[in-house]
Write a protein of this length. Structure first.
Lengths: 322, 1126
């Protein structure tokens, strides 16, 4: 199974970043990446895919967003090139953005009908091909030389099946994620055969149905936000949408995944890396700090953090003594 | 070779495993038995299998208790080793067993040590079981995470959004109401819902459990789910917990308060909150704030309120009201925190199973008990609940054979078919009359007996258990065919057959009377009896022909009331009997969400919460509270429940005195005044006593003799050993036929019955003397009847008349007279005299000093971890109570009779003289020279000519009988005090260790040589015959003045609400008869008698042991009830 296409879902507006997200697309929030270049989030995510061997990327966006994305990409490339005419990094960054633009295709999700629905919107672009699925508001920092997405693609290729990245997650956090029950494979300790998926479970349900032998007590396998799917998922999503099988009013991807489990082999890969959800409180800041600490800006960021802390403490102690 | 004791525990063959261990041990020669005991003990210590360990411990217990403790070849007298005994009290069971076993190796076994080992083995067995249940409960899937949450930040639960949405128009938060039925068990199945039975014998653990709605007949219009739990968000960061029935409400603001289960009536609600996961159990003892936890689950700054209500269903209904209430609280909170799929409606079966596991957890947390079927009310309708074998992955796997949590199989309409289901529902609700007999009972000891007997596999018990299982099958078949008549026959046979065989204590005089009268009244329309729970007397069922069922409920209630009235002072009743209406609830626990103007709490809740609100501070009220008051005010239409709220409100503004609040207060005061006057209450002495108590001149610490007094055990020459062989023989009543008879025909028996026996019914105010506690022959017999039967037998055997005197006090006089007048016919061959008490004292609220001394300075057995916590919290509450009502003030918050006490059993003999009773006896029987005085609970005391001849030989004024000590004989005994042999009260021991030196324990049985006694008092026989009260009273006063006064703390029950009881400690001042033995100018003798003769029954928990160790057989052999049975 050769994965050369990817879907990034980016149709959400990011209510938690309001009011910034109301004017700037959430995926266009700029962050300084590991290589020192300042990039929109979408580019960082797309590079995760492209560095993992993906050639074509489909971004699922809200109606009218394509033009805005493209305009912003172009404006940004022009700004970098125009602002730093002789800087090699600027030339390089501008070229990368233009290349990215060429590889991007946009699919429109007309109404916010759930994650499953948003993936389904990419079916025409992807066609009958396996694909990588990424979230438009999550960044990944791998703990090894391969990108996190690459780890998933490699596993899918080796197994010839759909693979979802998972991470053991402590139980007080599982209410945020899709969580899987699985059986560890005897040949590879980081691979599980998935048996059931429950979206955002409570700890009691998790303990009754999602306990995975071999994991530490109180830990569950939660989705990491990266999946490699066979095209069968589109057929299933078709059915789900045709049947109107909604959960809490939405077409959940989980509904389709539970059907996938029953149709073909489906695995979970314990991925080596860290995920950053930009959609939560301090999510963007945390991601920025992590990116800096994982790349060229490490010293700079450490200095910055220590310095900020020290100045704050000093001001506070002066305040108290005064 | 015959199987060894180890084989009985471990064998793969059921035939060997089911051998009766005690009978097997009894057949072994002593050296072989000792060898096998040592092997079994080694095995017990080594094995890691829970079942083997527990069974070995129980067998070792039983062999020590029932084979060795009274074995004729085991020396009788020993001492209780101090270190081992203290280990036992501190729950270091293994240390105590090791120590005692080492002593046995060193000195050989004596019967005292056998009794100690028996107790230690028994306790370690039950502690091991409790530990395993605790582990299993914590490890049940669905419960584990609650023991891992380390701080508020890690709390994984979130409240459902729907509950936080406040109604815009009214400002009220929605209310989620969970309505839960209770469960009715038709099968009983020999207590197989005890955890250990389910875990060890899952095949035999099966019950037929039905969820029912309930109404009190004559009070409620229709049956409805009796349990209602309401949940609401509040805009204050507190947990507001309310129990409407118990009239208690509290804002819990700290974790410490939440985990305190003993300081209020909200223990069960608190346990529910914790077991639901809202506040995980792992947060106990952490520095987390409750507000943070609530902030995380609800919203910062907000909290929750839980209101529980059981619609005034009386306690002790045997329908598992409290467990289902716990389950209801857990369900509502699980729904609210997204642990159940749906916020409203029924629960899914998997969710209901989690509720069951949580309810067990809650009961463990709150220190209460319950079986695994009790929370069956959360499931719909009729179901079979059965034990399940442990599977890989279960926490019990390879530890016990079965799982802690059972399986539930619904026998619903689908399973039974709609016609059968409808017929069953109809016939049951018409033909089964559910009643509450009114008795308050403690089922705990019964459950321990069941476990023990199950493990010992005595032949009778095993056969009964098999029969019980067979009956279960037929009960299920009867349900499947809706054959209520067959069902009634089966439950009736079950009760009178296997259940009574396994545990004779399940029945009582009330139950038997009711059954007898039902039969007499309704003939073949009365179909059978149903024992609902652990024992009968409280909730019970009477099957009648469904044709007449609905029409006779009123009559049946009257019949039970009459039976109750006849036994009122003889059995511990907590309330008037009740008849219920019921119907099957086929949806189980069910929730509704009310919002907007319909989101209101019941008026009874408002009365409670208003009582705590200060109208002057209404500015500070939270918005939601204000909204609720507005809503109430705008809705007032004059309904009676609203009027109640208004009354409370007025009372809050103009606090009223007690008299106008409590309806009976005035009558009670008048009755108390009457008692004081009639019994010559001495207010001046009372005031002096109170002053002494307050200033610490008297008190528990002052009861003790000075530390400098030398106390040692008696020497052999200080006692007369009346036992037959030097080793100590089994008591033989046959000695009555001995030729060497002393001057019989000159004896009168005195049964001391002035006390109520507060330990016997933990202060219930029941008169122990007339308590029919043991079935002998065709019915339950009371202590007094047994004493009469002995006297009758003695009269016959000795061919002479023996007057029998019963002493009473103001507490017991009426009861004894009443019952005597009923029995008189039956005992017309006896000369019975009832002597009235002449004195009375007022009970006092104890001082904090004495309470602390009692709990901290005197040896006390630690309880199981959680129970101990509950006990300590309860004690803190009692200390606060003492301070708030006033130390050493009169104890008045109870019915008049419970406010007073007889001033100690010393006075009972003097009262005989001053009441004129002795004079009457001497006028009727001038030959009487000896009084054999015995306590009401010394059942083996009889006029034994051989003992009397030894008494006469010694020629002392007073001869006291003592027995060799056993583990339960703690506190005092026969001692040499400052070189003088006398009885030493436990209260007076100068040091705690004194107790461990003494070999003999006081039985209180005393032979008084009447002439010498009168002479010592400066009186003559003529004074008594002529009833010279002035002389007698003066002599008694003089004698009393020479005896010490002890401060004692006794438990008193206070009853309230619907079958609720509180136990309070009260202080009493008493003089005790045993101190007569300390009067130097009185000649005394001390006789060691056989244990069966001298043993006293102080606690109902002793009954089963007494019935099985030969004690009961011995006593029965002394009796003549006028029929063949004796």
């Amino acid at each position: 199974m050769n994965v050369t296409t990817a879907v990034i879902t980016a149709a959400g507006r990011g209510a938690r970043q309001y009011p910034a997200a109301d004017t700037v697309q959430k995926a266009m929030i700029p962050l300084v990446d590991r290589d020192g270049a300042t990039k929109p989030v979408l580019q960082i995510i797309a590079e995760e895919a492209m560095d993992s061997g993906v050639e074509r990327i489909c971004v699922v966006s809200a109606p009218g967003d394509e033009a805005i994305y493209r305009r912003q990409f172009q404006a940004y490339a022009d700004m970098v090139r125009g602002g730093f005419p002789d800087e090699p990094w600027a030339v390089d960054q501008a070229a990368r953005m233009e290349e990215l633009q060429d590889r991007l295709t946009f699919a429109v999700q007309e109404a916010p009908l759930g994650y499953g629905h948003s993936v389904w919107c990419a079916r025409k672009v992807i066609g009958d091909n396996p694909f990588l699925l990424l979230l438009g508001d999550h960044l990944y920092i791998s703990a090894e030389s391969r990108r996190c997405a690459r780890q998933v693609i490699d596993a899918a290729k080796a197994l010839g099946s759909s693979v979802s990245a998972v991470q053991p997650t402590r139980e007080h956090l599982i209410h945020q994620y899709g969580t899987v029950a699985g059986k560890r494979r005897s040949d590879r300790s980081d691979l599980y055969e998935i048996q059931e998926i429950i979206e955002k479970p409570d700890p009691t349900t998790a303990e009754l149905r999602l306990t995975v032998p071999g994991l530490r007590a109180g830990h569950y396998l939660c989705f990491f936000g990266i999946h490699a799917f066979t095209p069968a998922i589109f057929e299933i999503l078709d059915e789900v949408i045709r049947e109107g099988a909604r959960e809490n009013g939405q077409f959940a991807l989980t509904t389709a995944l539970n059907r996938l489990v029953r149709r073909e082999p489906y695995h979970a890969l314990e991925t080596r890396g860290i995920r950053h959800n930009l959609g939560v409180k301090f999510g963007v800041v945390e991601a920025q700090i992590a990116l800096a600490l994982a790349g060229e800006g490490r010293e700079h960021m450490l200095g910055l953090l220590v310095n900020t802390f020290a100045r704050l403490e000093k001001t506070r102690s002066q305040g108290e003594s005064g | 070779m015959s199987p060894t004791l180890i084989d009985i525990v471990t064998s793969a063959s059921a035939e060997i495993r089911d051998l009766p261990a005690v009978e097997t041990a009894r057949d072994l020669p002593l050296p072989e038995l000792f060898r096998q005991i040592a092997d079994l003990e080694r095995f017990r210590l080594e094995t890691s299998n829970l079942y083997h360990r527990v069974r070995a411990a129980v067998i070792l217990h039983a062999i020590h208790r029932f084979v060795l403790q009274e074995h004729s070849d085991v020396p009788s007298d020993g001492r209780i080793d101090e270190r081992a005994f203290k280990d036992l009290l501190n729950r270091k069971f293994e240390d105590s067993i090791a120590r005692w076993n080492a002593l046995v190796v060193q000195n050989g076994l004596d019967r005292t040590t056998a009794s100690c080992l028996a107790t230690a083995y028994e306790q370690t067995a039950f502690a091991t079981l409790a530990d395993q249940v605790r582990r299993s409960v914590r490890q049940c899937a669905g419960n584990r995470w609650m023991f891992r949450v380390g701080c508020a930040e890690e709390h994984p639960l979130k409240l459902r959004r729907e509950l936080i949405e406040r109604d815009a128009a009214t400002g009220l938060f929605p209310i989620l109401t969970e309505r839960t039925p209770v469960r009715m068990d038709l099968s009983h199945s020999g207590w197989s819902d005890i955890f250990f039975l389910g875990m060890d014998y899952p095949e035999g653990a099966r019950v037929l459990n039905i969820s029912v709605d309930l109404g009190v007949h004559g009070r409620d219009a229709v049956p409805r789910p009796p349990i209602e739990t309401r949940l609401r968000v509040i805009d204050e960061p507190v947990l507001r917990l309310t129990s409407v029935d118990l009239g208690d409400t509290k804002d819990v603001t700290t974790l410490e308060e939440l985990f305190n289960f003993g300081n209020d009536y909200l223990g069960l609600v608190k346990a529910g909150v914790i077991a639901s996961g809202l506040v995980p159990a792992s947060l106990e003892g952490t520095s987390e704030s409750l507000a943070d936890v609530l902030g995380r689950v609800v919203r910062p700054g907000m909290g929750l309120e839980v209101v529980s209500k059981v619609n005034d269903i009386p306690k002790g209904s045997r329908l598992a009201v409290s467990t289902n209430l716990l389950a209801s609280i857990i369900s509502v909170l699980m729904r609210a925190t997204r642990q159940a799929k749906s916020l409203t409606g029924g629960l899914e079966i998997e969710e209901a199973r989690v509720v069951v596991a949580r309810a067990i957890l809650g009961e463990w947390l709150g220190g209460s008990g319950g079986g695994w079927q009790d929370s069956g009310g959360v499931f719909p309708g009729v179901k079979v609940i059965e034990g399940a074998p442990a599977q890989p992955g279960d926490p019990e796997w390879q530890i016990s054979r079965g799982r802690l949590l059972p399986r539930h199989k619904l026998l619903d309409e689908k399973e039974l078919g709609p016609e059968v289901a409808a017929a069953l529902a109809d016939k049951l609700s018409k033909g089964l009359i559910l009643i509450h007999g009114g008795m308050a009972q403690n089922v705990g000891p019964i459950l321990n007996m069941v476990t023990e007997k199950y493990l010992l596999r005595s032949r009778r018990e095993s056969a009964a258990r098999q029969e019980s299982l067979a009956i279960f099958e037929r009960i299920v078949a009867a349900i499947r065919s809706a054959d209520v008549r067959a069902l009634a026959g089966l439950t009736d046979r079950h009760f009178h057959g296997p259940l009574k065989t396994m545990i004779p204590w399940v029945s009582n005089r009330l139950t038997e009377t009711v059954i007898e009268r039902m039969k007499a009244r309704y003939g073949d329309k009365f179909w059978g009896f149903l024992m609902l729970g652990g024992m009968s007397g409280g909730g019970m069922g009477l099957f009648v022909d469904p044709e007449i069922g609905p029409h006779i409920r009123g009559e049946v209630l009257e019949l039970i009331r009459t039976a109750k009235a006849e036994l009122d002072d003889a059995l511990p009743f907590a309330m008037e009997p009740v008849v219920y209406d019921f119907r099957i609830n086929d949806r189980g626990t069910f929730a509704d969400l009310a919002s907007g103007s319909s989101a209101v709490m019941p008026e009874s809740y408002l009365s409670l919460s208003i009582a705590r609100m200060n109208p002057a501070e209404s500015d500070g009220w939270a918005n939601s509270r204000r909204a609720e008051m507005y809503r109430f005010a705008s809705d007032i239409s004059g309904r009676p429940d609203q009027i109640e709220v208004l009354k409370t409100l007025v009372g809050r503004i103009f606090p009223l005195d007690q008299g106008s609040i409590k309806p009976n207060a005035m009558e009670w005061e008048a009755e108390a005044a009457r008692i004081r006057e009639h019994y010559g209450f001495d207010p001046i002495q009372h005031a002096r006593n109170r002053e002494d108590l307050l200033r610490g001149r008297i008190g528990l610490a002052r009861n003790r003799l000075p530390n400098s007094v030398e106390v040692t055990d008696v020497r052999d020459q200080d006692v007369v050993d009346t036992r037959i062989s030097p080793v100590g023989d089994r008591a033989k009543p046959a000695s009555l036929n001995s030729a060497s008879l002393a001057p019989f025909g000159q004896v009168a028996v005195v049964s001391l019955a002035a006390g109520v026996g507060s330990r016997w019914t933990t202060g219930a105010g029941v008169v122990k003397a007339v308590n029919p506690f043991v079935p002998i022959g065709d019915r339950h017999r009371s202590f007094l009847e047994i004493h009469f039967a002995k006297t009758r037998r003695s009269q016959k055997t000795l061919g002479t008349k023996i007057p029998h005197i019963v002493t009473t006090s103001y507490l017991t006089k009426d009861a004894v007279h009443r019952h005597w007048s009923r029995w008189r016919q039956e005992w017309s061959d006896l000369s019975v005299y009832v002597s009235e008490g002449r004195s009375i004292a007022q009970r006092l609220v104890p001082t904090r000093r004495d309470l602390s001394f009692l709990w901290e300075e005197s040896p006390q057995a630690l309880l199981d971890e959680n129970k101990q916590k509950v006990r300590e919290a309860g004690r803190r509450a009692i200390l606060n109570w003492a301070s708030s009502v006033g130390e050493a003030t009169d104890y008045v918050d109870n019915v008049p009779s419970q406010r007073f006490h007889p001033p100690g059993h010393f006075y009972e003999v003097p009262n005989l003289m001053s009441s004129g009773t002795l004079g009457k006896v001497l006028r009727d029987c001038p030959d009487v020279r000896w009084l054999m005085i015995h306590n009401i609970d010394t059942l083996g005391a009889t006029v034994d000519p051989e003992i009397l001849s030894r008494v006469a030989e010694r020629g002392a004024v007073a001869s006291f009988e003592v027995i060799s000590k056993r583990v339960e004989d703690h506190g005092g005994g026969l001692a040499r005090v400052g070189g003088q042999t006398r009885l030493l009260e436990g209260l007076a021991q100068p040091r705690e260790e004194t107790d461990y030196m003494l070999r003999y324990y006081n039985t209180l049985t005393t032979w008084l040589d009447l002439d010498k006694w009168l002479e010592a008092l400066g009186l003559t026989r003529q004074d008594i015959v002529e009833d010279r009260r002035d002389l007698i009273d003066a002599a008694v006063r003089e004698l009393a003045a020479r005896l010490p006064v002890y401060v004692t703390i006794k438990d008193v029950k206070r009853r309230w609400g619907f079958g609720q009881e509180d136990v309070f400690p009260v202080a009493q001042l008493e003089r005790l008869w045993g101190d007569i033995s300390g009067l130097e100018d009185l000649s005394r003798a001390f006789l060691v008698v056989d244990r069966f003769r001298g043993q006293q029954l102080k606690d109902p928990a002793q009954l089963d042991g007494w019935a099985n160790d030969g004690g009961l057989r011995f006593v029965t052999s002394l009796c003549d009830f006028g029929s063949d049975l004796s």
